[in-house]
Design a protein around this ligand. Sequence first.
Ligand code: NFE
Ligand code: MG
Length: 580
Amino acid sequence: MTAQTIVVDPVTRIEGHLRIEAQFDGSTITQASSSGTMVRGIEIILQGRDPRDAWAFAQRICGVCTLVHGLASVRAVEDALKYTIPANAQLIRNLMIAAQFVHDHVMHFYHLHALDWVDVVSALKADPKATSALAQSISTYARSSPGYFTEVQNRVKKLVESGQLGIFANAYWGHPGYKLPPEANLMAVAHYLDALAWQREVVQLQTIFGGKNPHPNVLVGGAPSAISVHTGAGTGTTAVNEVGLQRVAAVIEQMRNFVDQVYLPDILAIGSFYKDWFKTGYGEGTGNFLTYGDFPALGSQDPKTFLIPRGAILGRDLSHIHEVDLNAEEDIQEFVSHSWYDYQGGKDVGLHPYRGETKLNYSGPPSPYKNLDTSASYSWLKSPRWKGHAMETGPLARVLMLYANGHEPTKELADKSLAQLGLPLDALFSTMGRTAARALECKILADAMPQWYDALIANIKAGDVRTFNDALWEPSSWPRHAQGVGFVEAPRGALAHWIIIDDGKISNYQAVVPTTWNAGPRDVNGTEGPYEAALKGHTLQDPKQPLEILRTIHSFDPCLACAVHVVDPDGEELIRVRVQ
Ligand code: NFE
Ligand code: MG
């Protein structure tokens, strides 16, 4: 077979618009390019505004990780002003962030990623009785009777017979890369539907503390949730009361149950049929991992107390965690050598976000008919680098960081899960390793939620209902010039917003988000971003149906809307796979 270029544009079952091009030599991918194909420029919109309002704009960067940009923004302002928040606000933030993780990870697996591994059409051939036996052998989940799986199968049958597959349309059903037996496929499809109903319930945690979802409210100086245990339902108050707090406890329980009984067992069951996707290095990316850290211990903002530690891992070396400084000019820099932006100092300099610039300069396609020119600019994403290295952020980075730091629950869970699959720790450096890491951290965070909830309740019982510190609310109390960084571990990875405040107004605002780290283009030295590096060396069974590309790209859980801080102006396009 002659060399060819495979174009997947747009990649579907992600957020935002991503184009992947792969050079295919007939058996393997020799080179890949990742391009974000749209832009809006929230950072520009923020200039000149009141820093206390910034979160409401910044939060609109994304409709998927709908909380975290708001929080990164208020934390940036608080860091700049040295603004402390009450303990209750910190606990509420921990609970909201963790809830965002659990919600987002389950949705990502079932609704965006599972269909890369699960063949919906094959589920029709399953024996519901055998499916029930399989489900009961791996979990105590109650919805596992033969009757239940018969009902699910009938629903899917109706869909297929109608010829209108809807959400299940346009996949590569029947591709030889699908390895699950029909019963495992049916079980996973049933859980796909269950996860839809589950997420409607658990999202209530955000509405109780943040008023609504998506885009719950946040607040510079605290949490926008007044607490009043003496007001019941129907008293006309919007304060968080006993009813709301009890509902939060129930939601935490629902989250933990679904992760323990459905998500984690499914990942291990599905993973056991795809051991080749756990091969060390296959779909790995750069082997460099970055976390900013999050979930402070009560009463502290010191990164040393974070549940998820901060650090960098280079070249898979878990024995040496490098320190990460978000304020150091030389450490985190964004490059635009291959991005549709200009810097005043030229295309080849790197800028720390405090000095960051957002000057758009679109200089060429992609159009569906023209390939990316990787010697020039080819993406709306910038290329963030840590000390010059291309770094992966996200669940795999965090699980490795927890593991390397000796976090006992992580070690126990990871070791047990890998042992069950008969795999070594190195198997995590792979496409399936990344997908499994997401499920592991989901459990670690769901299990951490009760301690924050209990601490919140204990404070309230002791009479402390404070959620907001008004000490620095008025700009007259601010210094004339201030700068700060707000960071959050977001579901897709390390997120930070850098803000500069002059005379009470924003004079510069830069967001560097998880998907920019992961999906960014080559940098000034030609070093590829993690997506690009991860696809190299992939074999494809059928280049016209590049399922393998989707598996690895989806394992990162792309959000291009975040990555370019955008909304698409040009409307949707169906997936287009073009082989030249
Ligand atoms: Ni739009 Fe986001 C997360 C952030 S992404 S989803 O998680 O920040 O890269
Ligand atoms: Mg940015």
